[in-house]
Design a protein around this ligand. Structure first.
Ligand SMILES: Cc1cc2nc3c(=O)[nH]c(=O)nc-3n(C[C@H](O)[C@H](O)[C@H](O)COP(=O)(O)OP(=O)(O)OC[C@H]3O[C@@H](n4cnc5c(N)ncnc54)[C@H](O)[C@@H]3O)c2cc1C
Length: 333
């Protein structure tokens, strides 16, 4: 089977998701071609010299430095046509998630996204993805080729082979014309970023942080300081219950650094950190769905009868999260 690993660089290097896709491609055992576009694509190809790929294709140039639908689809289409593969694996980065369905249409491929498992026996390929908000895991196959698969992060360890010097074939791209120019990037400072997929720990904050506490008062400012202090010291990622992020749209005072992007659960995300600590959080969806892929789960709740924390966490600390997190922050130094 002819397999193409289709990758792009990010800030002139291959992102972790691309290296994970290489591991997935290698596990299938076909005839592997690697295609890369973006800044320093040929240099990035050298870092995959030991991958066992028989061919390397690259698209480089000013037009492909920035994520942009028109240029990304043009580059990916040219690379796929040059490789003529049966199976195309690409990391499910936001850049590819946006561009590759359109690329599939241009090259006459079938496309499936959010793939979490792939096995191959000869030309027969079976893939897995979740449906109905991560509740039903499905295994399926297609006979149509080419078949383009966007591979989710975290399903294989990143490829770590030796670098070397490869002969990368430069593929010309016709019609890489765009009316969109990128003037710059506006993003929060790195230390203000609360969603950290690579963090070891997911800290889940629930609406309890914004409720009246035992003195009959709200302590939202203190909650902000404690949570942000913990995130900084533990280098943790921040998840939230839906109730907490919804407060903002109801006009109530809440944690300013929290947005709907932090929400985990049935209608939020299902991150894959090693450890999870849920605080002031009662809901079924965050506990049952939101952190179902978290390996070690602990919860802090003042209510000993919090059924979801009891049922879904490995360890539940019955106590006041304000006092406990404050103490942890002191211990973290
Ligand atoms: C269709 C549908 C989809 C949904 N999808 C999602 C989803 O994706 N994600 C999601 O989160 N929710 C979702 N929900 C909502 C969900 O059912 C719950 O309403 C929500 O998760 C509750 O949020 P919470 O636990 O933060 O707040 P609450 O239920 O208000 O719980 C607050 C908790 O804080 C505790 N607490 C208070 N003070 C302290 C303290 N000082 N120390 C320790 N503990 C304290 C309380 O004991 C309580 O257990 C969905 C609901 C529906 C109907």
């Amino acid at each position: 089977m002819k397999v193409l690993a289709l990758l792009h660089t990010e800030n002139n290097i291959l992102p972790r998701a691309a290296l994970e896709t290489i591991s997935v491609a290698r596990s299938l055992g076909g005839e592997l071609t690697i295609a890369i576009f973006g800044g320093s694509a040929a240099t990035a190809a050298n870092t995959l010299a030991g991958s066992g790929a028989t061919k390397f294709l690259v698209v480089e140039g000013e037009a492909f430095l920035q994520p942009r639908y028109s240029t990304d689809t043009a580059a990916a289409t040219a690379l796929i046509k040059a490789a003529n593969p049966e199976l195309i694996l690409a990391p499910n980065t936001s850049r590819f998630a946006r561009a590759l369905p359109g690329v599939a249409q241009r090259v006459g491929a079938q496309v499936d996204t959010h793939i979490v498992g792939i096995t191959a026996e000869g030309n027969s390929v079976k893939v897995q993805r979740w449906f109905y908000r991560q509740r039903i895991l499905t295994t399926f196959t297609r006979v149509a080729r080419p078949w383009l698969l966007l591979v989710d992060g975290g399903i294989q360890a990143p490829y770590e082979g030796a670098s070397g010097t490869v002969t990368a074939e430069s593929v010309p791209v016709a019609q890489a014309v765009s009316r969109t120019t990128v003037n710059g990037v506006q993003a929060p400072a790195a230390n203000a970023q609360t969603i950290r997929p690579d963090a070891q720990l997911l800290f889940v904050a629930g609406a309890g942080w914004t409720k009246k506490q035992k003195d009959g008062q709200y302590h939202i400012g203190e909650a902000s300081t404690l949570i942000q202090g913990f995130l900084q010291k533990a280098k943790a990622s921040l998840g939230s219950s839906k109730s907490l992020v919804d407060l903002k749209s109801e006009g109530q005072e809440t944690l300013s650094f929290m947005s709907h992007m932090n929400q985990i659960g049935q209608t939020g995300s299902t991150p894959r950190h090693q450890k999870g600590l849920s605080t002031c959080c009662h809901g079924e969806e965050p506990h049952a769905v939101g952190w179902r892929f978290i390996t070690e789960r602990r919860a802090i709740n003042i209510d000993a009868n919090c059924g979801w924390a009891q049922g879904k966490a490995d360890v539940v600390y019955i106590g006041d999260a304000f006092e406990i997190v404050s103490k942890i922050n002191v211990l973290l130094g």
